[in-house]
Design a protein around this ligand. Sequence first.
Ligand code: AMP
Length: 220
Amino acid sequence: MIIILVGAPGSGKGTQAKQLSERYGLAHLSTGDIFRGEMAAKTPLGEKAAAYVKSGQLVPDNIVTEMVAGRMDPASPKYLLDGFPRNLEQAHSFSKDLASMGLAVDLVVYLSLPEAEVVKRLTSRRVCAKCGEVFNLLSMPPKAPGKCDKCGGAVVQRDDDTQATVTRRLLVFRDLTEPLVAYYRAEGVLRQVDAAGAMGDVTKKVAAVIDGHLAESKKK
Ligand code: AMP
């Protein structure tokens, strides 16, 4: 089963993907997390991606598509993708790569959220520099200011969550990523979920969509 989560930065893709991948036994593949990991480890891939990630631009398609294909195991195609594909070119080449493995995208869940809410969530988001746990100063602050509840690491703002970069990332989303919604809708695999509200409530809504899809596929 291959499921894609599409949504603006800050729509909760990463948080939802963590919950849902566990629940459905899917491998969570987050291209943003991979880039951040490679950047922290200062690998050649990380060095190539750094300037793009820090300024809120997309990393070139050839780098991303190769990276994703290289991490997928066709013998066990159970993936929840978060942050990929990010534009139509990536979606087309991903469909081709999947077809060559005899696979296809099963379901695309679009987490929709008004832009004002996106900006509010992103600029108040904080992450643990050590373990990656995500916090929000408004809705889910760390118990001790600046300190991770899980591992005690420093809770910091992501380089690309500053107001200026958030504006750029939103433009990129509107221009390049949002067209995926129409593309996958035309393919008949898109479901839209309202991503406003508490994290647990959104997880329930997305799980209901996945359960519905699983029940439908059983009938076929
Ligand atoms: P995210 O954590 O998904 O918001 O991604 C953080 C940053 O990583 C993005 O702003 C891009 O610079 C880069 N990135 C993540 N996924 C992709 C992708 N599929 N294509 C190009 N760049 C990406």
